[in-house]
Ligand binder design. Structure first.
Ligand SMILES: *Cc1c(COP(=O)(O)O)cnc(C)c1O
Length: 383
């Protein structure tokens, strides 16, 4: 519970808004992940795109996790933060030349390749550098992360990954590319998934795809099932951790790994979302005719998730113990989507009160912008 624990008095002279990271909670999350994934021998790569904060990354690297990168900048940040390059995977439909070259120079564990032309370009640059690139094929499993039903293979065109119809061609091409080595297959079905059924469906699909490769005589040492495990945004105080136990158990129960195979995960949100809060100050309480607005000094430039996809963040007034009242909590940006929450119950709020937007550790700070020429939010830590 952040109320009562967040040391408001320590921050009285500090400019708002700012991100506040509970490093203790991050460490607790990492310990839990290591314990559960470790019990099955699974490998977890942290998806840097959720948060590449310079204090957080080394903690995650020190816990032994690998890194999942989607740009050359992320590969560099991962190396700098101390992630071992043998644990870096690199995905993305549009890897630029310098990004591929940087991945090769860093001898990363795997390029998660998404198209035939990319495969050819990686082979070309690896040939020029006299190295062999390890690659995994990103396959579009056609598993719907939201409705829990299969989408019929071949119906949907998606910019991500290969469709299974491309596989014949890829399998014929691979032996002609002497500087790439196929080490596995890669999947990623979506994000903020809290229902285990889509993951179970993914397992079923991966099992079928494994049978396909086996029948073709293609050996795969690594299966990477991506990320997407969600957290509970409604109850950050009671359910601070993602349900890692159910998650890993689903794969243990439903995925048929071959004895020589290693299973990999790419978790972003589930690792860092809970440990971050955006702390903002109330500028004005505006009385409307039917609504009351709490106008805070943070906006969509600091935390874009509510404006971008109507995401829910739990909101607390951490300065007040007064009775609850209903408010819309809005930012100062000249966009009506700059609203953090509507009809929220907060302790009666007045100018100057600190408001915490909870579970903002993932896709928060990293997506902050200077739109309206605003300052970027500050960053503080519990330690
Ligand atoms: C975004 C992404 C992830 C992480 O997703 P989360 O929902 O944050 O766990 C993992 N793998 C790939 C390829 C991604 O694009």
């Amino acid at each position: 519970m952040i109320k009562g624990i967040f040391p408001i008095d320590k921050f009285e002279t500090v400019e708002t808004p700012f991100y506040y990271y509970d490093l203790g909670l991050l460490k607790q999350t990492l310990t839990t992940v290591n314990l559960l994934a470790g019990s099955f021998g699974y490998h977890v790569h942290y998806a840097l795109k959720a948060n590449a904060n310079k204090r957080l990354l080394p903690l995650i690297a020190q816990a032994g996790l690998g890194a999942d990168c989607v740009s050359g900048g992320e590969v560099n940040a991962a190396v700098e933060a101390g992630f071992s390059s043998e644990k870096i995977v690199f995905a993305g439909v549009g890897k630029a030349d310098w990004e591929i070259k940087s991945g090769l120079d860093n001898h990363i564990f795997s390029f998660n390749v998404e198209s035939i032309p990319e495969l050819e370009v990686i082979n070309q640059f690896a040939t020029e550098k006299g190295v062999v690139a390890s690659i995994a094929l990103r396959i579009n499993p056609n598993v719907d992360a939201h409705t829990h039903h299969y989408i019929t293979t071949g119906l949907n065109e998606n910019k991500f990954g290969f469709n299974m119809e491309d596989m014949e061609k890829v399998i014929r091409l691979l032996p002609t590319l002497n500087h790439v080595q196929l080490i596995g297959i890669h999947f990623h079905i979506g994000s903020q998934i809290t229902d285990m059924v889509p993951f179970q469906n993914l397992c079923v699909r991966v099992n079928e795809i494994q049978d396909y490769f086996e029948a073709k005589g293609v050996r795969l040492d690594h299966i990477n099932v991506g990320g997407g495990l969600g957290i509970n945004y409604e109850h950050p105080n009671h359910i601070p951790l993602a349900d890692f136990e159910s998650y890993f158990n689903v794969f243990h129960k439903h995925l048929q790994l071959r004895p020589h195979q290693t299973l990999h995960f790419e978790l972003g949100r589930a690792i860092v979302a809970s440990c971050g809060s955006l702390i903002t100050k109330t500028l004005y309480v505006k009385e409307g005719t039917t609504k009351q607005f709490v106008i805070v000094d943070a906006g969509m430039t600091d935390l874009i998730r509510p404006a971008l996809y109507q995401a829910y963040h739990h909101i607390e007034n951490i300065s007040s113990e007064a009775p609850l009242k209903q408010y819309d909590v809005v930012g100062p940006i000249c966009e009506s989507s700059d609203t953090f929450g509507t009809d929220r119950m907060l302790n009666e709020t007045k100018r100057g009160d600190y408001i915490a937007l909870r579970s903002a550790g993932a896709y928060g700070e990293i997506m902050a912008s200077q739109y309206n020429l605003r300052k970027l939010p500050g960053v503080y830590y519990s330690e």
